[in-house]
Design a protein around this ligand. Structure first.
Ligand SMILES: [Zn+2]
Length: 269
């Protein structure tokens, strides 16, 4: 009873947050500082276990697109970093809080060019700036607190494994918790606006998701798709958001569109 009252007070003080652009109200019980620290730790943890590809031919376009998106993401406290991980089987990318981003080479053939890469990075950066991982961690903490374990809310924070899972990187630690449909749709929505503001044609998102879906018809569902909305729903939503995104694109200085080194993901080294 008393715990509930304290929790309620805590939620009112600490839990009031709103997602950028969509203004959706969020329950967030994790401070940006804590989130950023955990994001940096999780990033190191993943990179230590991965084959980092530092060839300029693959890092160059990821840096270039990433920097343009970072410039419009409006997160002065983030220290952006962009890394390419060599793994042709992983059609995936991620962005952790604090601006720690990685792209797997397996997504290069799907992205096809820097505009497609902007769809991928815009979506992932949107997850990070909308604090979707912190939101998921907070839901867990609130559930624990609901069972009168108030210490779970006010006590020590989660470990890096929690944030890995919360940011959908569970595959690397043995568990996989998807984002909610709401968060996925929101990442599509915000990502579309970010790419447009960075000077990438948001209409390219429709073609990108179509290419992704075509691959899904084959042997295995790409990870980037696994937890995401169905193609029909996604295309419909993107068409509905385009009138909001296109004025940003018209007003932005155009980003150069260049083909990605598709062979880079399969070439023998
Ligand atoms: Zn996503």
């Amino acid at each position: 009873m008393r715990g509930g009252a304290v929790l309620l007070a805590f939620l009112l003080v600490g839990g009031c947050a709103r997602a950028p652009y969509t203004n959706r109200s969020q329950l967030i019980l994790v401070s940006p500082e804590e989130e950023t620290k955990l994001g940096a730790q999780a990033y190191q943890q993943v990179l230590a276990k991965s084959r980092v590809d530092s060839r300029p031919v693959v890092v160059g376009p990821v840096e270039a697109v990433g920097r343009r998106l970072a410039a419009v993401a409006n997160q002065p406290d983030y220290q952006w970093r962009f890394t390419v991980i060599e793994d042709p089987k992983q059609q995936n990318a991620f962005a952790l809080p604090g601006g720690k981003v990685a792209v797997y080479t397996g997504i290069f053939p799907v992205a096809a060019d820097t505009n497609g890469l902007a769809v991928v990075l815009g979506h992932e950066i949107a997850h990070a700036i909308a604090r979707h991982g912190a939101e998921r961690m907070s839901q867990t903490r609130a559930a624990q607190a609901g069972q009168s374990v108030l210490g779970a809310v006010l006590g020590s924070g989660p470990g890096t494994e929690t944030i890995l899972v919360a940011y959908g990187l569970g595959a690397q630690v043995g568990v996989l918790l998807p984002y909610s449909r709401t968060q996925e749709s929101e990442a599509d929505h915000i990502g579309l606006l970010l790419m447009a503001r960075a000077g990438y044609d948001p209409r390219g998102a429709l073609a990108f998701w179509q290419r992704m879906e075509q691959r899904a018809g084959g042997d295995a569902t790409p990870q980037f798709l696994a937890t995401h909305p169905s193609h029909g729903t996604r295309a419909q939503q993107i068409r509905a958001w385009l009138p909001e995104a296109l004025p940003y694109f018209e007003a932005a200085s155009r980003a150069p569109v260049e083909p990605l080194p598709v062979q880079a993901s399969t070439a023998a080294r």
